[in-house]
Design a protein around this ligand. Structure first.
Ligand SMILES: C[S@@+](CC[C@H](N)C(=O)[O-])C[C@H]1O[C@@H](n2cnc3c(N)ncnc32)[C@H](O)[C@@H]1O
Length: 241
């Protein structure tokens, strides 16, 4: 199947989502990993309230462009800067599931599945430590699947073998370190195969190094991505060419 070139927007994803909504364009599936508020360069100085707004606005924006019955697969960790944010004595965790639950239910979606994926210690370069300074570090992260409600609840299980497990592990990855917070290629590959069909339109609002785009194009889906850090432009354009 011939697949169109990816559409890449080097801007705040809010701008892209408003642009797509104005053009009455709809996506079949969104797959992303948002900022985690762990003092990565792209989050420096962000206040907790700004972070909550970023997540809420992402759900609201996606609700304007996701097809009814379409899915949003979000990868997130519980690894915020709890010590600084909460003023606790030791590095502390913030269960981000609470925020994601409020956001998804707030826009009226159904939480179709919760899963976790187990990180490889070797790959992350750090052992499991729950009291690590300045934040706890876990050897797993969450993968939640939201579904935008449709008139009928006719759910198509695309890949029964891939969708049956709640704890996932992703084998292998692209050889080169592409981004400080890149997720393994297997993660978007898994999400795209379970929640979309060939030719569908996949969107990643926090595209980073373009891992979702690479998986989408390889699996014969169309792709739109947004990334606020334009210094990644050449690398991503080459990667997805
Ligand atoms: C966790 S990383 C995503 C990594 C990506 N999954 C990958 O595999 O490379 C989050 C990305 O979101 C970008 N970002 C932060 N705020 C943004 C915004 N408002 N709109 C678009 N991108 C944003 C950051 O620059 C960062 O590259």
């Amino acid at each position: 199947m011939w697949i169109e070139a990816p559409e890449l927007y080097w801007e705040d994803c809010q701008v892209t989502m408003a642009r797509l909504a104005a053009a009455e364009r709809q996506i079949d599936l969104a797959v992303t990993s948002p900022p985690y508020m762990v003092e990565q360069p792209y989050e420096t100085g962000m206040e907790w309230i700004e972070y909550q707004d970023l997540l809420w606005n992402t759900y609201v924006g996606l609700d304007t462009i996701l097809k009814p019955g379409g899915y949003f697969v979000i990868n997130f960790g519980d690894q915020c800067r709890g010590k600084q944010l909460l003023g606790t004595q030791v590095p502390s965790t913030i269960p981000m599931s609470v925020t994601h639950w409020d956001c998804g239910r707030g826009v009226g979606w159904e939480l179709q599945a919760t899963r976790i994926w187990r990180k490889k210690r070797r790959g992350m370069g750090i052992p499991f430590v729950c009291n690590h300074y300045p934040r706890p570090v876990y050897d797993y992260e969450h993968i939640w699947t939201w579904r935008k409600c449709a008139e009928t609840h006719h759910e198509v299980v695309r890949n029964r073998a891939m969708s049956q497990w709640g704890v996932l592990e992703f084998e292998g990855d692209l050889p080169k370190k592409r981004h400080v917070a890149a997720f393994p290629l297997g993660l978007p590959e898994w999400a795209i195969q379970v929640y979309s069909d060939i030719g569908n339109l996949v969107y990643d609002p926090f595209m980073g190094s373009g891992t979702t785009g690479f998986a989408a194009l390889t699996l014969e889906r169309r792709f739109i991505g947004s990334e606020i850090d334009e210094s990644l432009r050449e690398q991503v354009e080459n990667f997805l060419a």
